[in-house]
Design a protein around this ligand. Structure first.
Ligand code: NCD
Length: 360
Protein backbone atom coordinates (compact mmCIF):
# COMPACT_ATOMS: atom_id res chain seq x y z
CA UNK A 1 0.00 0.00 0.00
CA UNK A 2 1.04 3.62 -0.55
CA UNK A 3 1.60 5.51 2.66
CA UNK A 4 1.91 9.26 2.52
CA UNK A 5 4.08 11.24 4.87
CA UNK A 6 2.28 11.68 8.15
CA UNK A 7 2.77 14.35 10.79
CA UNK A 8 3.49 13.48 14.38
CA UNK A 9 0.10 14.66 15.62
CA UNK A 10 -1.71 12.76 12.86
CA UNK A 11 0.26 9.62 13.69
CA UNK A 12 -0.52 9.80 17.39
CA UNK A 13 -4.21 10.40 16.78
CA UNK A 14 -4.53 7.05 14.95
CA UNK A 15 -5.89 3.95 16.71
CA UNK A 16 -3.48 0.99 16.95
CA UNK A 17 -5.28 -0.71 14.03
CA UNK A 18 -5.05 2.46 11.91
CA UNK A 19 -1.34 2.73 12.70
CA UNK A 20 -0.70 -0.82 11.46
CA UNK A 21 0.01 0.04 7.78
CA UNK A 22 2.70 2.49 8.91
CA UNK A 23 4.37 -0.33 10.80
CA UNK A 24 5.06 -2.29 7.63
CA UNK A 25 8.03 -2.02 5.29
CA UNK A 26 7.44 -1.46 1.55
CA UNK A 27 7.62 -5.22 0.99
CA UNK A 28 4.83 -5.82 3.52
CA UNK A 29 6.99 -7.23 6.36
CA UNK A 30 6.47 -5.88 9.85
CA UNK A 31 9.11 -3.18 10.43
CA UNK A 32 7.91 -1.94 13.82
CA UNK A 33 6.13 -4.31 16.19
CA UNK A 34 4.47 -2.29 18.94
CA UNK A 35 1.31 -4.19 19.81
CA UNK A 36 -0.58 -7.37 18.98
CA UNK A 37 -3.35 -5.53 17.10
CA UNK A 38 -0.87 -5.39 14.21
CA UNK A 39 -0.97 -9.12 13.50
CA UNK A 40 -3.14 -10.74 10.88
CA UNK A 41 -4.20 -14.39 11.02
CA UNK A 42 -2.16 -15.18 7.89
CA UNK A 43 0.99 -13.74 9.40
CA UNK A 44 0.49 -15.65 12.65
CA UNK A 45 0.04 -19.03 10.96
CA UNK A 46 3.01 -18.38 8.71
CA UNK A 47 5.19 -17.42 11.72
CA UNK A 48 4.13 -20.57 13.58
CA UNK A 49 4.88 -22.73 10.54
CA UNK A 50 8.40 -21.31 10.22
CA UNK A 51 8.92 -21.60 14.00
CA UNK A 52 7.92 -25.28 13.86
CA UNK A 53 10.30 -25.90 11.00
CA UNK A 54 13.27 -24.29 12.75
CA UNK A 55 12.38 -25.91 16.08
CA UNK A 56 12.34 -29.35 14.45
CA UNK A 57 15.82 -28.74 13.09
CA UNK A 58 17.23 -27.21 16.25
CA UNK A 59 19.71 -29.99 16.96
CA UNK A 60 20.84 -30.43 13.39
CA UNK A 61 24.32 -29.00 13.05
CA UNK A 62 24.05 -28.35 9.31
CA UNK A 63 20.73 -26.54 9.77
CA UNK A 64 22.18 -24.43 12.55
CA UNK A 65 25.05 -23.21 10.39
CA UNK A 66 22.58 -22.45 7.62
CA UNK A 67 20.36 -20.41 9.98
CA UNK A 68 23.50 -18.64 11.21
CA UNK A 69 24.16 -17.46 7.68
CA UNK A 70 20.74 -15.90 7.16
CA UNK A 71 21.31 -12.55 8.90
CA UNK A 72 25.07 -12.59 9.29
CA UNK A 73 26.55 -9.11 9.61
CA UNK A 74 23.29 -7.55 10.81
CA UNK A 75 23.13 -6.01 14.24
CA UNK A 76 20.49 -6.35 16.94
CA UNK A 77 20.53 -3.89 19.85
CA UNK A 78 18.82 -5.01 23.04
CA UNK A 79 17.73 -1.95 24.99
CA UNK A 80 16.46 -3.51 28.23
CA UNK A 81 16.33 -0.91 30.98
CA UNK A 82 13.53 -2.82 32.69
CA UNK A 83 14.46 -6.12 34.33
CA UNK A 84 14.16 -9.28 32.29
CA UNK A 85 15.41 -12.86 32.23
CA UNK A 86 13.50 -14.76 29.55
CA UNK A 87 12.66 -12.07 27.01
CA UNK A 88 16.22 -10.78 27.10
CA UNK A 89 17.87 -14.21 26.83
CA UNK A 90 15.38 -15.41 24.24
CA UNK A 91 15.97 -12.44 21.92
CA UNK A 92 19.70 -12.66 22.44
CA UNK A 93 19.72 -16.38 21.51
CA UNK A 94 17.30 -15.81 18.63
CA UNK A 95 19.42 -13.05 17.10
CA UNK A 96 22.62 -15.08 17.55
CA UNK A 97 21.02 -18.17 16.01
CA UNK A 98 20.51 -16.06 12.87
CA UNK A 99 24.13 -14.88 12.90
CA UNK A 100 23.38 -11.33 14.07
CA UNK A 101 25.78 -9.30 16.21
CA UNK A 102 24.12 -8.47 19.51
CA UNK A 103 24.74 -5.28 21.49
CA UNK A 104 23.00 -4.32 24.69
CA UNK A 105 22.15 -1.50 27.06
CA UNK A 106 20.60 -2.84 30.26
CA UNK A 107 21.35 -0.03 32.66
CA UNK A 108 20.70 3.59 31.67
CA UNK A 109 23.35 4.69 34.20
CA UNK A 110 25.95 2.97 32.04
CA UNK A 111 24.83 4.90 28.94
CA UNK A 112 25.14 8.62 28.15
CA UNK A 113 21.80 9.15 29.89
CA UNK A 114 23.93 9.31 33.03
CA UNK A 115 25.44 12.48 31.53
CA UNK A 116 22.00 13.95 30.91
CA UNK A 117 21.29 12.65 27.41
CA UNK A 118 17.59 12.30 26.57
CA UNK A 119 16.48 8.66 26.33
CA UNK A 120 15.26 9.31 22.79
CA UNK A 121 18.75 10.41 21.70
CA UNK A 122 20.26 7.25 23.18
CA UNK A 123 17.70 5.19 21.25
CA UNK A 124 18.26 7.12 18.02
CA UNK A 125 21.97 6.35 18.37
CA UNK A 126 21.14 2.64 18.57
CA UNK A 127 18.79 3.02 15.59
CA UNK A 128 21.57 4.59 13.51
CA UNK A 129 23.97 1.78 14.45
CA UNK A 130 21.67 -1.26 14.25
CA UNK A 131 19.33 -3.14 11.96
CA UNK A 132 16.95 -4.06 14.78
CA UNK A 133 16.24 -2.66 18.23
CA UNK A 134 14.37 -4.67 20.85
CA UNK A 135 13.08 -2.34 23.51
CA UNK A 136 11.92 -3.19 27.03
CA UNK A 137 11.23 -0.26 29.30
CA UNK A 138 8.64 1.32 31.51
CA UNK A 139 7.02 3.98 29.33
CA UNK A 140 3.98 2.76 27.34
CA UNK A 141 4.39 5.61 24.80
CA UNK A 142 8.11 5.33 24.08
CA UNK A 143 7.94 2.55 21.46
CA UNK A 144 5.49 4.61 19.39
CA UNK A 145 7.55 7.78 19.84
CA UNK A 146 10.72 6.02 18.68
CA UNK A 147 8.85 4.35 15.80
CA UNK A 148 7.65 7.73 14.55
CA UNK A 149 11.16 9.21 14.75
CA UNK A 150 12.76 6.26 12.91
CA UNK A 151 10.04 6.39 10.25
CA UNK A 152 10.07 10.16 9.79
CA UNK A 153 13.87 10.36 9.61
CA UNK A 154 13.99 7.42 7.17
CA UNK A 155 16.37 5.41 9.37
CA UNK A 156 16.81 1.83 8.19
CA UNK A 157 16.14 0.03 11.46
CA UNK A 158 13.39 -2.33 12.64
CA UNK A 159 11.95 -2.25 16.14
CA UNK A 160 10.28 -4.79 18.44
CA UNK A 161 8.49 -3.94 21.65
CA UNK A 162 9.85 -6.37 24.25
CA UNK A 163 7.54 -4.94 26.94
CA UNK A 164 6.27 -1.37 27.36
CA UNK A 165 5.27 -0.65 30.96
CA UNK A 166 1.96 -2.27 31.88
CA UNK A 167 0.62 -1.82 28.35
CA UNK A 168 1.85 -4.47 25.90
CA UNK A 169 4.31 -7.31 25.38
CA UNK A 170 3.53 -8.56 21.88
CA UNK A 171 6.16 -11.30 21.53
CA UNK A 172 5.10 -12.90 24.82
CA UNK A 173 1.55 -13.10 23.45
CA UNK A 174 2.93 -14.55 20.24
CA UNK A 175 4.70 -17.36 22.07
CA UNK A 176 1.66 -18.07 24.25
CA UNK A 177 -0.59 -18.33 21.19
CA UNK A 178 1.99 -20.55 19.47
CA UNK A 179 1.97 -22.82 22.53
CA UNK A 180 -1.84 -22.90 22.73
CA UNK A 181 -2.28 -23.66 19.03
CA UNK A 182 0.48 -26.29 18.99
CA UNK A 183 -1.04 -28.10 21.96
CA UNK A 184 -4.52 -28.01 20.45
CA UNK A 185 -3.26 -29.07 17.00
CA UNK A 186 -4.39 -25.83 15.36
CA UNK A 187 -2.63 -24.92 12.10
CA UNK A 188 -5.24 -22.74 10.40
CA UNK A 189 -8.30 -20.66 11.19
CA UNK A 190 -10.68 -23.59 10.92
CA UNK A 191 -10.85 -24.88 14.52
CA UNK A 192 -13.65 -25.58 17.01
CA UNK A 193 -14.43 -23.07 19.79
CA UNK A 194 -12.55 -23.18 23.08
CA UNK A 195 -12.19 -21.00 26.18
CA UNK A 196 -9.17 -19.16 27.56
CA UNK A 197 -9.29 -18.05 31.21
CA UNK A 198 -7.05 -15.14 32.23
CA UNK A 199 -6.39 -15.38 35.96
CA UNK A 200 -5.11 -12.78 38.45
CA UNK A 201 -3.83 -9.24 37.99
CA UNK A 202 -5.37 -8.41 34.62
CA UNK A 203 -5.33 -4.67 35.14
CA UNK A 204 -1.55 -4.34 35.21
CA UNK A 205 -0.43 -7.41 33.20
CA UNK A 206 0.83 -6.40 29.79
CA UNK A 207 1.09 -10.02 28.73
CA UNK A 208 -2.61 -10.62 29.48
CA UNK A 209 -3.56 -7.51 27.52
CA UNK A 210 -1.42 -8.48 24.54
CA UNK A 211 -2.76 -12.04 24.44
CA UNK A 212 -6.36 -10.91 24.80
CA UNK A 213 -5.97 -8.45 21.90
CA UNK A 214 -4.29 -11.18 19.85
CA UNK A 215 -6.98 -13.78 20.55
CA UNK A 216 -9.65 -11.30 19.48
CA UNK A 217 -8.65 -12.14 15.89
CA UNK A 218 -10.37 -15.45 16.58
CA UNK A 219 -13.92 -14.80 17.83
CA UNK A 220 -14.44 -18.56 18.23
CA UNK A 221 -12.17 -18.30 21.30
CA UNK A 222 -14.16 -17.27 24.36
CA UNK A 223 -12.28 -15.19 26.94
CA UNK A 224 -12.94 -15.52 30.65
CA UNK A 225 -11.44 -12.94 33.00
CA UNK A 226 -10.99 -14.17 36.56
CA UNK A 227 -9.61 -11.55 38.93
CA UNK A 228 -10.24 -9.65 42.13
CA UNK A 229 -12.57 -6.71 41.34
CA UNK A 230 -9.71 -4.20 41.90
CA UNK A 231 -7.67 -5.89 39.15
CA UNK A 232 -10.20 -6.30 36.35
CA UNK A 233 -9.16 -5.99 32.71
CA UNK A 234 -8.97 -2.39 31.41
CA UNK A 235 -12.03 -0.87 29.75
CA UNK A 236 -10.18 -0.17 26.46
CA UNK A 237 -9.63 -3.88 26.05
CA UNK A 238 -13.23 -4.78 26.89
CA UNK A 239 -14.45 -2.21 24.34
CA UNK A 240 -12.15 -3.72 21.74
CA UNK A 241 -13.49 -7.23 22.44
CA UNK A 242 -17.09 -6.04 22.10
CA UNK A 243 -16.27 -4.36 18.79
CA UNK A 244 -14.57 -7.57 17.61
CA UNK A 245 -17.62 -9.73 18.50
CA UNK A 246 -15.63 -11.77 20.99
CA UNK A 247 -17.61 -13.55 23.69
CA UNK A 248 -16.09 -12.68 27.05
CA UNK A 249 -16.98 -12.62 30.71
CA UNK A 250 -15.21 -9.93 32.67
CA UNK A 251 -16.83 -10.16 36.07
CA UNK A 252 -15.86 -13.63 37.24
CA UNK A 253 -14.17 -13.45 40.63
CA UNK A 254 -13.99 -17.10 41.61
CA UNK A 255 -11.30 -19.32 40.12
CA UNK A 256 -12.66 -22.43 41.87
CA UNK A 257 -15.99 -22.19 40.05
CA UNK A 258 -14.35 -21.96 36.65
CA UNK A 259 -11.80 -24.77 36.87
CA UNK A 260 -13.74 -27.16 34.68
CA UNK A 261 -14.97 -24.45 32.28
CA UNK A 262 -11.80 -23.38 30.49
CA UNK A 263 -9.39 -25.10 28.11
CA UNK A 264 -6.48 -22.75 28.73
CA UNK A 265 -5.54 -21.05 32.02
CA UNK A 266 -3.27 -18.02 31.67
CA UNK A 267 -1.94 -17.36 35.18
CA UNK A 268 -0.57 -13.97 36.26
CA UNK A 269 1.59 -12.90 39.16
CA UNK A 270 0.56 -9.75 41.04
CA UNK A 271 2.21 -6.85 39.16
CA UNK A 272 3.01 -4.73 42.22
CA UNK A 273 5.90 -2.86 40.63
CA UNK A 274 3.44 -0.66 38.71
CA UNK A 275 1.32 0.75 41.55
CA UNK A 276 0.71 0.42 45.29
CA UNK A 277 -0.91 -2.85 46.35
CA UNK A 278 -2.70 -3.14 49.69
CA UNK A 279 -2.12 -5.92 52.23
CA UNK A 280 -5.78 -6.83 51.78
CA UNK A 281 -5.29 -7.35 48.05
CA UNK A 282 -2.22 -9.58 48.59
CA UNK A 283 -4.39 -11.73 50.88
CA UNK A 284 -7.29 -11.80 48.44
CA UNK A 285 -4.89 -12.77 45.65
CA UNK A 286 -4.22 -16.12 47.29
CA UNK A 287 -7.63 -17.24 45.98
CA UNK A 288 -6.09 -16.95 42.51
CA UNK A 289 -3.24 -19.35 43.25
CA UNK A 290 -3.31 -22.84 41.75
CA UNK A 291 -2.91 -25.95 43.90
CA UNK A 292 -2.52 -29.60 42.93
CA UNK A 293 -6.18 -30.10 43.93
CA UNK A 294 -7.37 -27.23 41.76
CA UNK A 295 -5.43 -28.56 38.78
CA UNK A 296 -6.99 -31.98 39.23
CA UNK A 297 -10.43 -30.36 38.80
CA UNK A 298 -9.41 -29.02 35.37
CA UNK A 299 -10.22 -30.84 32.14
CA UNK A 300 -7.62 -33.52 31.32
CA UNK A 301 -6.64 -31.79 28.09
CA UNK A 302 -6.65 -28.26 29.55
CA UNK A 303 -3.33 -26.41 29.48
CA UNK A 304 -1.76 -24.01 31.98
CA UNK A 305 0.46 -21.19 30.77
CA UNK A 306 2.21 -18.38 32.63
CA UNK A 307 4.52 -15.69 31.19
CA UNK A 308 6.92 -16.20 34.14
CA UNK A 309 8.41 -15.09 36.49
CA UNK A 310 6.02 -16.76 38.91
CA UNK A 311 5.63 -16.22 42.62
CA UNK A 312 3.24 -18.44 44.58
CA UNK A 313 0.46 -18.62 41.99
CA UNK A 314 1.84 -21.89 40.58
CA UNK A 315 3.61 -24.17 43.09
CA UNK A 316 6.62 -25.95 41.58
CA UNK A 317 4.98 -29.41 41.97
CA UNK A 318 2.50 -28.46 39.25
CA UNK A 319 5.39 -28.26 36.73
CA UNK A 320 5.24 -32.07 36.45
CA UNK A 321 1.54 -32.12 35.58
CA UNK A 322 1.12 -32.77 31.84
CA UNK A 323 -1.17 -29.72 31.68
CA UNK A 324 1.68 -27.38 32.67
CA UNK A 325 3.03 -25.82 29.46
CA UNK A 326 4.85 -22.72 30.70
CA UNK A 327 8.32 -24.22 30.39
CA UNK A 328 7.52 -25.55 26.92
CA UNK A 329 6.40 -22.00 26.08
CA UNK A 330 9.85 -20.66 27.04
CA UNK A 331 11.40 -22.96 24.43
CA UNK A 332 8.79 -22.08 21.80
CA UNK A 333 9.44 -18.39 22.51
CA UNK A 334 12.94 -18.54 21.11
CA UNK A 335 11.75 -20.07 17.84
CA UNK A 336 8.82 -17.77 17.30
CA UNK A 337 11.17 -14.83 17.88
CA UNK A 338 13.56 -16.26 15.29
CA UNK A 339 10.62 -16.52 12.88
CA UNK A 340 9.54 -12.96 13.66
CA UNK A 341 13.02 -11.53 13.08
CA UNK A 342 13.28 -13.46 9.80
CA UNK A 343 9.90 -12.09 8.75
CA UNK A 344 11.08 -8.56 9.47
CA UNK A 345 14.04 -9.11 7.17
CA UNK A 346 11.87 -10.46 4.36
CA UNK A 347 12.26 -14.21 4.98
CA UNK A 348 8.59 -14.77 5.54
CA UNK A 349 7.80 -18.17 4.08
CA UNK A 350 9.33 -21.61 4.00
CA UNK A 351 9.91 -21.10 0.24
CA UNK A 352 12.51 -18.50 1.15
CA UNK A 353 14.37 -20.98 3.35
CA UNK A 354 16.52 -23.41 1.44
CA UNK A 355 14.40 -26.54 1.65
CA UNK A 356 16.52 -28.31 -0.94
CA UNK A 357 19.05 -28.80 1.82
CA UNK A 358 16.71 -29.04 4.82
CA UNK A 359 13.42 -30.65 3.73
CA UNK A 360 10.24 -29.60 5.53
C1 NCD B 1 6.34 -10.80 31.96
C2 NCD B 1 6.62 -9.34 31.82
O1 NCD B 1 7.72 -8.87 32.07
O2 NCD B 1 5.67 -8.66 31.47
N1 NCD B 1 7.39 -11.65 31.84
C3 NCD B 1 8.00 -11.92 30.65
O3 NCD B 1 8.38 -11.05 29.90
N2 NCD B 1 8.16 -13.20 30.29
C4 NCD B 1 5.40 -11.10 33.06
C5 NCD B 1 5.68 -10.62 34.43
O4 NCD B 1 6.64 -9.91 34.70
O5 NCD B 1 4.88 -10.99 35.29
Amino acid sequence: MIKGKITKSEFFSLTPRQKSPYMLSDSGSIKFLINTQQFTKDRLFSLFKISDYIRRNKKNHESLSYFMSLLVGRTCALYFTQCSTRTYASFSFAAQTLGMNVEEIRDSNMSSMYKGEAELDTLLTLAELSDLIVLRQNNPELTSILTYEIMDRGIDCCLINGGSGSDQHPTQALLELYTIFANRGIFDDNFPPFTVAFVGDLLRSRTARSLSFLLSLFPQVKQLFISPPELHMGQDLLDHLSESNVIFDQCTTSLDEQLSNADVFYMMRIQDEYSATSEKLYKEYMDYYLTIDKVSSMKKEAIIIHPLPRRQEIPIEIDRDPRAKYWEAVDRGKFVRIALILDMFGINSLQKIDLRIYPE
